[in-house]
Write a protein that binds this ligand. Structure first.
Ligand code: HAM
Length: 430
């Protein structure tokens, strides 16, 4: 019996799964290039205090934390944003703004494993740092929509809100930051009754509790209908009104900027992470009941870590979940698999086969050389199993004539041609 298996919540990626994940990662990297983001790589292990400063109770409770051999309290990162804010307060402090930073890698949360929820998972993370303007928020939403479309996803929607709507009201009622955080945590967990009761305990008036109830019920697909309803309820609360206006402006810019996606505006929407100060959103795949990404504006985090006031906005896409959504929506990755199987007919042809494979690879063509000395028919069966597009067969006759047999395994045609001609043909068909 095998002695070892993966730890609960951890996964191996066998070739097919690794290929899917790589496709999603490569597409994220292409989005980073198209939107002019630069890549940065940060460590997996960070100070516990950095990661927990504004992560919110939920993530804090699920952190992989330990004392290292030097006696430091450290943790495996549960997200990228804290590390990026750390950089903005230190090494990148004096860089000209805006900075547009992209990262991708593994993250760790001790979540209960279930469909689409793992303890080690992948994100691609995009942050625009240094702008407080709505066009920065819009860019984050537009690039996320572009990413989803580029992957072939068609059924998803942006659930969107603004933390300033609820916080504006609570501030006006005298609730301090900590009290507001507690209420927002309860709202994030959908424990609405408790959130209202706690607000009451914190001294929020009955009139405002009533307004909160209305806000929690105010949602809909058309921002031009939902947001005026929110404004009606919040007359006299300047902070909340400014938040509503800001959200309207961001969504307007997305539309005018040419992005076309489904939205669900939720006035009482809250997210678990505590650093958000403005617009917040999640990308939902309704039929799977999971979010494949989330983000928002956080204007105070860099300052909290000792940096300059640095308004920022960003998003993280859950790559494992995005790959699951692609499978569910039959969005096949467009992976170009044009491997050529190079098959020597006998032992004498082996050196020529190795030489031919090297020549193909140097020309940028993926080549899989037969290393088991199987018969041609067995090797061809294997080429089929590996989904090679072509086979190059080398035997005494071919070698004598300075040629090779190129077999198109899909169209079942074959040609006796020179290596140069074969390379040209394969490159054309790429
Ligand atoms: P988040 O909503 O905590 O945001 O995570 C973003 C995405 O990561 C989720 O929507 C989900 O797809 C994926 N994810 C989270 N936990 C798991 C898990 N246990 N298993 C699989 N996938 C998971 C953040 O992390 C923020 N840092 C986003 C951000 C960037 N805000 C501003 N900038």
């Amino acid at each position: 019996m095998a002695r070892f298996q993966t730890i609960k919540g951890m996964r191996d990626f066998l070739p097919k799964d690794a290929e899917k994940l790589r496709y999603v990662r490569n597409t994220a990297m292409e989005i980073a290039r198209l939107y002019s983001f630069e890549e940065i790589i940060t460590p997996v292990v960070e100070h516990y205090d950095l990661l927990t400063a504004k992560s919110g109770e939920e993530i804090k409770a699920r952190m992989y934390s330990f004392e290292d051999l030097g006696g430091r309290k450290v943790a495996l990162r549960p997200e990228f944003t804290a590390s990026i804010a750390r950089l903005m307060a230190t090494s990148l402090r004096n860089e000209p703004k805006p900075l547009k930073l992209y990262s991708s890698g593994t993250l760790y949360r001790y979540d209960e494993p279930q469909f689409g929820r793992y303890r080690e998972f992948w994100q691609s993370n995009f942050e625009i740092i240094g702008s407080n303007k709505p066009e920065a928020d819009a860019e984050i939403i537009i690039l996320t929509d572009h990413f989803m479309k580029k992957l072939g996803l068609s059924k998803y929607l942006f659930k969107i809100g603004h933390v300033g709507i609820m916080r504006g009201l609570l501030s006006q009622e005298g609730a301090d930051d900590e009290q507001q955080n507690r209420i927002m945590q309860l709202l994030d967990a959908k424990r609405w009754k408790e959130a209202l009761a706690t607000s009451r305990d914190f001294g929020v008036s009955e009139k405002s509790i009533d307004v909160m109830k209305h806000i929690l019920e105010t949602k809909g697909e058309d921002p031009s209908k939902v947001l005026p309803r929110v404004e009606d309820q919040l007359r006299g609360c300047a902070g909340s009104l400014a938040a509503t206006e800001n959200l309207q402006e961001i969504l307007g810019l997305c539309r005018k900027g040419g992005a076309d996606f489904e939205v669900l505006v939720e006035a009482g929407f809250a997210r678990g992470l505590e650093y958000y100060t403005g617009m917040i959103f999640e990308i939902l795949v309704p039929e799977m009941n999971i979010s494949i990404g989330g983000g928002g504006r956080y204007d105070k985090l860099v300052e909290l870590f000792g940096g300059e006031p640095t308004p920022s906005v960003g998003v993280a896409h859950g790559l494992d979940r995005t790959a699951l959504a692609m499978e569910n929506q039959k969005a096949a990755p467009r992976i170009m698999k044009k491997t050529v199987s190079v098959i020597p007919v006998n032992e004498d042809a082996v050196p020529k086969a190795l030489e031919t494979a090297l020549r193909l690879r140097k020309s940028g063509i993926a080549a899989d050389v037969e290393v088991m000395r199987r018969t041609v028919s067995r090797a061809l069966q294997d080429a089929d199993r590996r989904k090679s597009a072509y086979a190059l067969i080398l035997g005494p006759k071919e070698i004598k004539e300075g040629k090779l047999t190129l077999r198109d395994l899909k169209e079942h045609k074959q040609y006796l041609i020179s290596l140069d001609e074969a390379v040209r043909k394969l490159l054309q068909k790429k």
